[in-house]
Design a protein around this ligand. Sequence first.
Ligand code: EPU
Length: 441
Amino acid sequence: MSSVLTIRGGVPLAGRVTVRGAKNLVPKAMVAALLGNEPSVLRNVPEIKDVEVVTSLLQLHGVTVEKDPVTGDLTLDPTKAKTASHTAIDAHAGDSRIPILLCGPLIHAIGEAFIPDLGGCKIGDRPIDYHLNVLRQFGAVVEKRPGGIHISAPDGLKGAKISLPYPSVGATEQVLLSATRAEGITELSGAATEPEIVDLIAVLQKMGAIISVQTDRTIRIEGVPDLGGYNHRALSDRNESASWASAALVTRGDIFVEGATQRDMMTFLNTYRKVGGGMDIGDDGIRFYHKGGKLNPLVLETDVHPGFMTDWQQPLIVALTQAEGVSIVHETVYENRFGFTEALIRMGANIQVHRECLGSVPCRFGQRNFLHSAVISGPTQLTGADIDVPDLRGGFSHLIAALAANGTSRVTGIDIINRGYERFTEKLAGLGADFDITAAK
Ligand code: EPU
């Protein structure tokens, strides 16, 4: 049943939270296990919705997924992989975007794949054309069927020379998961190189894949006929870490994020410092805190790695509502990721969204009628409001705005936040937040 969070704002969040494996790696590493001819072990696995969805989809395809009751580590055994019923797969329609990544591994394991209609956050159209083009270039036959897409490869997948029109994270992963066991060499240009992708490459290399990443966004994969299993500790979730960092700033708090890693967050940390946030970088995590003085406005552009990640933008914008002056955020990864600002405006924030590219570099959304640049004027006092969570990162932003606001907020739709923030209400309670959870009427 869905729940309602009643938040009494104004309490600085202080204490410690632990961040585990990355939402944007763990489900994909689980999919990679399907490519092996023996079991794999994945460690540092968070309890989030995408892990449940992929567990269920793998089980439907005959993969045994066992969870260690103490550590939560997963052992995935693909040796009895089999075709699943379309009706059972279809039950997962709309749950997540990860199923599209099962295509290559399923074709290698059982000769075909049926993928339900996809879900994921509503932050734009989120098409899958790059994925389907990539699969076709490997020689796959893609057919639309009721409730989903059927993909087969009568002659097996063959290595290909592929160029992505944009460095898409998912399409790069599609190539990696399809090419490692394809016949011959694959060269991918215009690849995304996010740390989660590099970690997926590490997983595949442990399994026996031959993959090299060049400095010019080219990835070269030499196909091998068979892969073994892996034993891997997932990299930490830098998006969750950045969210708690912004929560510390917004609530004038002090949070030690155990598991936050400097190497994967350098661009975020530079920005956090420019805004005026305090940080102590340690070996096992990073302390993020409000230094007590004013926050500084800034001009920011989201981008693919190593740029400022799109998922960091929403929580940071809440902090920018408290900065002295005018900030500009130009979103260049998704065309429609400012819907969440509407609730912030109702809470008292001064934010305008524009169709123009208000950044140093025009992006592919300019002149196309997308509200993809935001101007934030601060500081403004936020006041509690009724909010229905629109998407994962936008929802977390609403939550921290409510935690900093004067008065009480009533937040519905919080199940969406569980998709990417493990046990977030427990973590909030541990940080001293003042809230109740009740069942929605
Ligand atoms: N795109 C297309 N066609 C495609 C695929 C992508 O036009 O076939 C476009 C998208 O519409 C978007 C851009 O390419 O404008 C980039 O999308 P990308 O494929 O890189 O995103 P994704 O793989 O679907 C992952 C994360 C997102 C994260 C983005 C960008 C997962 C499960 N999701 O999405 O995470 O924002 O990369 O880094 O890994 C989140 O965590 O809240 C989240 C949305």
